[in-house]
Design a protein around this ligand. Structure first.
Ligand SMILES: [Zn+2]
Ligand SMILES: [Zn+2]
Length: 334
């Protein structure tokens, strides 16, 4: 098969690889669409110790099952593989399972990803694509589940309904945009500011999201102002802005992880009773809900997604890396 292989820092090769062989309980998927995730970019930059080259990246996958229970059916993959036996798994928090693994990662178990013509996945991680959901759009289920989980965590921690909150979304990438779309459509939030240094990205997002679009230095990002901040960047500088601009009693949801550590204003966190919540992946329930949201077309026009040929994948990684890519999401088609 052909695959995009991460071979070293800033190196992705489109090349011939051995076809995967499905193990017991697994099915072989003929990939129809496979998205590039921020975490794949993190690996590309050589900064992810869980993704070691050579490795086929990619975990936002839809396709056709070639065998097993879903033979010849269009399917979407939930790439998070959990043990099903621990307390987390038994209480609908599979994403925190200590034995969890992920497709397209090297650790704790090496599993080749979906930026390829074929991928082998556990049958329990396969969902049938409803007939009203376009197979290519189904690949969005994974990043949309990340966003849904973040919004639901925000909702659990806030002291007032999301529809009444003043919201700042830092970062106009796929996760920031999807959080905004879920807030607009599922939670009726209209008072949203989205910030990003990339003006072209913001212009692109402004066609789909009901919000105000500003640079991170804009005077609309006032101190002690927002009830909720969705931090989808994860830099020290964006975290510092989040704590500065959150209103007393507000909630910061930390989604991005570009810089895993740095300084932070714990004084304000403490004396203004700020809630700071980390969010990671999604539960199985979130993933299923997301497939339903996409099927019902509730997120509106998905014209912001750019589809490209898998063959051209290394150029796509390069463009995302050097900031010339204006699409919040690129999905590759084998
Ligand atoms: Zn992802
Ligand atoms: Zn478990």
């Amino acid at each position: 098969m052909h695959a995009l292989v991460y071979t070293g820092t800033n190196k992705i090769d489109f090349r011939e690889e051995k076809d995967p062989i499905a193990k017991a309980g697994e099915s072989l998927i003929k990939v129809k669409a496979s998205g590039i995730c921020g975490s794949d970019m993190h690996a590309y930059h050589g900064k992810d110790e869980r993704r070691i080259p050579p490795l086929i990246l990619g975990h936002e996958i839809s396709g056709t099952s070639l065998d097993g229970k879903y033979k010849n059916k269009d399917v979407v993959i939930n790439p998070l593989i959990s043990c099903e036996n621990c307390n987390y798994c038994k209480n609908e928090r599979e994403h925190l399972c200590p034995k969890r693994t992920m497709i397209g990662m090297s650790a704790p178990i090496k599993r080749e990803g979906g930026l390829a013509e074929l991928v082998s996945v556990p049958e329990k991680n396969i969902l049938e694509v409803p007939k009203d959901l376009n197979i290519k759009e189904a690949a969005l289920a994974e990043p949309a589940a990340v966003a849904l989980h973040a919004v639901l965590l925000a909702e659990q921690n806030l002291k007032k309904p999301l529809s009444e909150c003043k919201i700042l979304i830092q970062g106009a990438g796929a996760i920031g945009l999807l959080c905004g779309l879920i807030l607009n459509t599922e939670k009726k939030s209209k008072n949203i500011i989205m910030s990003d240094p990339n003006k072209k990205r913001l212009d692109n997002c402004s066609k789909y999201l009901s919000a105000t679009f500003v640079s991170p230095e804009d005077r609309l990002i006032k101190n002690d102002n927002f009830d909720l901040i969705l931090e989808s960047v994860g830099l020290e500088i964006t975290r510092l802005q989040a704590i500065k601009t959150i209103a007393p009693g507000g909630t910061i949801v930390h989604i991005g992880l570009t810089q895993p550590s740095g300084t932070f204003n714990f004084k304000k966190l403490t004396i203004q009773e700020i809630t700071l919540v980390g969010t990671y992946c999604y539960t199985n329930k979130d993933f299923n809900t997301t497939v339903n949201i996409l099927t019902s077309k509730k997120l509106g026009d998905l014209g912001w997604v750019e589809y490209r040929d898998l063959k051209k994948g290394s150029e796509a990684f390069e463009e995302i890396h050097n900031g010339t890519c204006v699409s919040p999401k690129i999905i590759l088609i084998p």
